[in-house]
Structure formats: C-alpha cells, structure tokens
Design a protein around this ligand. Structure first.
Ligand code: XMP
Length: 518
C-alpha cells in the first residue's frame, strides 16, 4: 500500500508494541511494525517513512551487543520518537549515557511534572499540571545527548521527556500507548501532526486501493476462496468479488461440525446479498466417517485439517485456470515479533487453517486483509455493506464442534450439542449480552449422569457452557453471568433439549484454561 503516508515502528521486543500501531491506526495513520534486526539502512530508504517510532524492549542498552537503531536513521531528516528502551538507545547512540539500576527503576504508575512545555509534542499535555504515565524500566538515562533538553521529569526519571526540537527527535521514558497513560493518545496525535501526517488511512481509501491491487495481482486468472462464514473470510471474499467479479469462486465446506442452521445461513447470506459464485460442499459423511472412534484432541484436529485440504483440492481441480487462493490473513498473524527466548514456542493446539494449502496445491496467495487489525476488518466489512449480524459474530474455530465435544464424536452427541448451543446463544441474545461477550458456546461433556425428571430416573448427557471476554483470544476472562441468567438458561436447556439432564458453567480463565475445550 505504497501510496499512503507511512510511519515505521522499529520493534525492540516490547510486549505492547502492537498497541503503538493500534493507537496510530486510530488516528488514520498507516504504520508497520518491523523488528530492529530487519531494519537496516537499505530497508529504511526503501520504506521511506514520514516518521519513525522506536519501541520499548526487554534488553539493557548497557549490555554489549544489545539492539540498536540503524545509524542512518539520525540523518533521515524525519521525526523520531523513542519510547522506553527506544529512548535509551536513542540517547546512547546520540552521545548520552544510560545506566543500570541504582534505585531509579520504576514499574507502574508514575507522575510526570513539566520542566518546560513549549514543545509541539506536549501541546495540551500538561493542561492539568502533573500527568499520570505508565513506567516500566530498570535502566535510566543519566546524561542526555547533546542538543537535547528536558521537558518533563518524574521521581525515578529526571529525563522522563526530552527532545531535540531542531532535529525533531523526541524521547519518553514511559509508555504512552498503554491504557494507564490516560493522555497517551494525545502525545501520538501531536507527534503525527508535527510529522505532517494528514490522516489518509481510511477504510474507504483502503477499499479502493486494495481493489486495484487485487486486479493488478490477479490479472485475468481465477481465484478460489475458502469461505467459513467467519468475518475475515467473508470480508476477503466480498472485497475480492468487488475487484474481479466472476473470476472468484468461493468454496464453503460443510464438514458436519457446524452449528445449528449455520450452513444454510451462511450460504443464504451470500446467495441473497451477493452475486458470488459459491460452491456449497456437503462433505459431512467424509469428515464424520474419518472421525469415528477418534477421541484424542490432536488426532481430531489433524484429521480435520488433512481432510479439509483434500476436499479443497478436489473442488479447486474443478475450477479451470485457478491460480490464486484467497485467505483472510490478518496483520497480527504476519507481524514478525522479536523473540528473545529464541526457542520455538510449545504447540498447545494444532490450529486448523488453510496455511498449508498453497505449497501443496501450487497456488499463489491473495491476502487483501494482511495489513489490517480485526477491528479494521470489521470496519471494512461495514464499508462493504456486510450485515451487522455477520460483522459482529463471535469467532468460530475451523474444526468446529469437534473440539466442543471432548472424547468420541457421534452424530447423536452433535445433534444434542447443536440444540443446546442454539438455546444458550438465544438466551444471550435475548438478554442483550451477545456484543459484550468475545465468544460463547456450549460443549457436550464426555459423561452421563443420573438425574430425576418428573417421577422418573434419567441417565443423560451433561452440557458445559462457556462465555469469555477477551481482546484477541490470547488471554480471556469468564463472563460474569448472574445466577438468575444461568438458572433460567439451565431450565430452558433441560426442558428444550432431549438427552441433557445437567448443565455446568465453566469459570476457568485463559490461562490456565484455553477458550475451546480441546
Ligand atoms: P484457544 O482454544 O486456543 O482459542 O484458547 C483461541 C481462539 O482461537 C479459536 N480457535 C481456532 N480458530 N482454527 C481456528 O480458526 C482453530 O483450529 C482454532 N482453535 C481455536 C478459538 O475459537 C478462540 O477464538
């Protein structure tokens, strides 16, 4: 997306670097995060940023061999903002001094007082006197670089805000991107204004540009797109359809593990609202047959992933001239973050997605959402006229109900699960809670228990209910339903779903649990 004014974030490995990008995107500024060890002089020239931000990071500037910004940054002539570690390396590289420890570490809330607020970066910042910020540093700057002046101090950081206004270099010890620095957004706003950004990153603009890019990439070739009914693949499909019309064919695979009415609803949404070529493939016998007798979670996931590739391949072969595969990959999936541990992370679950497809099938990728965050995809969906009921849907995993049915999967259990889930979601909607929850679903537990209904004994399945709040699915909290809500839902499930005589509510957060059961 080269036409946009671009801001470069050099990542030194802070846990909150992504938040810097979020804050900037909210201000209609296009930015990209790149790890410090990939940003050399040639990269900087080619990227041609209008401004650069140096992120925080866990290393110590005082350690030999610790990360640095490329030297040519200082002569690029663009504004630079250093944050925490970014501030420290900036000082060190420009002739100041950073020291470790000596009792000046600060972690958590701190207050910065103004030394001098005549700095464009601080416009309106100290309006109420001292300003609350979030600190997280062990090292501190003990001597500022030549040309810099002090604009703000805190008890642990005599150089909390410094700047060389002539060169437009700014350095802050705290993290303006986090929630606990209440006026952090104002600082970014001032920074991008002084850097001359005009806020040219809008969804309408993005839509136009993405359409042109898809046309340039695809030419007159055919594209296939796996549609799951989720927001990402739906938005990708509609955008691509706008770009190339009938050259796009979507494939919706019903693996027999979808929720109640899901296949019908997704297919109807596309057929009624868009004139997109759509193959609705009922492959439930194939998937459920292969899963018979399988109870190990990883074997389930891998079986489904493998069959999905086979099925997709089968339909792709029927589309003459298919050269491209469209995917709804998002920006958080492509950010290459700095890993200081170096080792591979542990596989908790083998995620099912179509990532393994192109290599095996020899297709090139079209990924029109790879520069967007999830909420931007939703905004683009709105821009494209996707119904709100679709845009606001809770995430649904590729392996579907298989991972909400711990133990062996049977058609009987799936039927019970579908009904219980439908009642539960209906309850949540009726109480107006759907949009407050990141994800809610029912699971069927691998046990039967004894109950009493009417005058008789029952020996039936137990259903587990789950509802979590989350920002990105990486961590999650249980949604605090009232006892009244849970009681009413239990009654409805037992009365309306045959084969269930007990209902549990899962109160496990993530970690230690995961969101799905398997
Ligand atoms: P977990 O269970 O790992 O889930 O805490 C985190 C989020 O990811 C979704 N999820 C998946 N999504 N394919 C997907 O497309 C998968 O294999 C998969 N497994 C989990 C899950 O629903 C939650 O939103």
């Amino acid at each position: 997306m080269t036409q946009h004014q671009r801001l470069l974030i050099i990542d030194f490995g802070s846990q909150v670097t992504q938040l810097i990008a979020r804050r900037l995107r909210e201000l209609n500024v296009y930015c990209e995060i790149h790890p410090y060890n990939r940003v050399d002089d040639a990269f900087l020239r080619a990227f041609a940023p209008r401004a650069v931000i140096l992120s925080g990071g866990p290393d110590s500037v005082t350690r030999e061999g610790s990360p640095r910004a490329p030297e040519s940054l200082w002569s690029l002539g663009v504004p630079v903002l250093g944050i925490c570690y970014g501030q420290q390396t900036m000082m060190q590289q420009l002739g100041g001094l950073v020291e470790s420890g000596h009792g000046t570490a600060e972690f958590g809330r701190a207050f910065v007082s103004p030394s001098d607020d005549r700095l464009p970066l601080l416009d309106g910042w100290f309006a109420a006197g001292n300003e609350q910020v979030w600190m997280s540093h062990g090292d501190h700057v003990s001597k500022i670089a030549p040309g810099f002046q002090v604009y703000g101090t805190s008890p642990g950081a005599p150089f909390a805000i410094t700047a060389d206004p002539g060169r437009r270099f700014f350095a802050v010890q705290f993290h303006p991107e986090v929630h606990h620095t209440p006026k952090g957004a104002k600082l970014y706003e001032n920074f991008i204004r002084l850097a001359g950004f005009t806020g040219d990153w809008t969804m309408a603009g993005y839509r136009e540009q993405a359409i042109q890019q898809i046309r340039d990439q695809v030419g007159d070739k055919q594209v296939i797109c796996g549609l799951s009914g989720g927001v990402d693949s739906s938005v990708a499909a509609i955008l691509i359809h706008e770009a190339i019309g009938d050259q796009l064919t979507c494939v919706f695979v019903d693996h027999g593990l979808l929720r109640k009415n899901e296949a019908t609803e997704v297919v109807a949404m596309f057929r009624d609202n868009y004139n997109i070529k759509l193959i609705a493939a009922d492959e439930s016998d194939l998937f459920l047959g292969a899963l018979e007798g399988v109870s190990d979670p990883e074997v389930k996931r891998k079986t489904i992933g493998r069959l999905f590739i086979d099925v997709f391949q089968k339909y792709a072969n029927r589309i003459e001239g298919a050269e491209f595969l469209a995917q709804g990959t998002l920006y958080p999936d492509v950010i290459e973050s700095v890993s200081f541990s170096g080792g591979p992370s542990v596989t908790i679950k083998s995620h099912h997605n179509v990532g393994g497809l192109p290599e095996k099938m020899g297709l090139k990728l079209v990924e029109p959402l790879r520069e967007l965050f999830k909420d931007e995809v939703r905004a683009l969906g709105r821009e494209l006229g996707l119904p709100q009921s679709f845009i606001g849907r809770h995430p649904f995993p590729g392996p579907g109900l298989a991972i909400r049915c711990p133990g062996e999967i049977t058609r009987e259990k799936l039927a019970i699960l579908r009904e219980a889930d439908a009642v539960y979601i209906d309850q949540i909607r009726k109480h107006g809670l759907y949009d407050e929850i990141w994800q809610a679903f029912a699971a069927i537990l691998p046990m039967r228990t004894v109950g009493v209904m009417g005058d008789g004994r029952t020996y039936d399945y137990a259903v587990g209910l789950r509802a979590v709040t989350s920002v990105d699915g990486m961590t999650a909290d249980t949604y605090p339903f009232t006892h009244e809500f849970l009681g009413e839902t239990m009654t409805r499930i037992i009365n309306e779903v045959r084969g269930v005589n007990r209902v549990f509510y899962d109160v496990t957060s993530k970690p230690p649990g995961t969101i799905e059961l398997e």
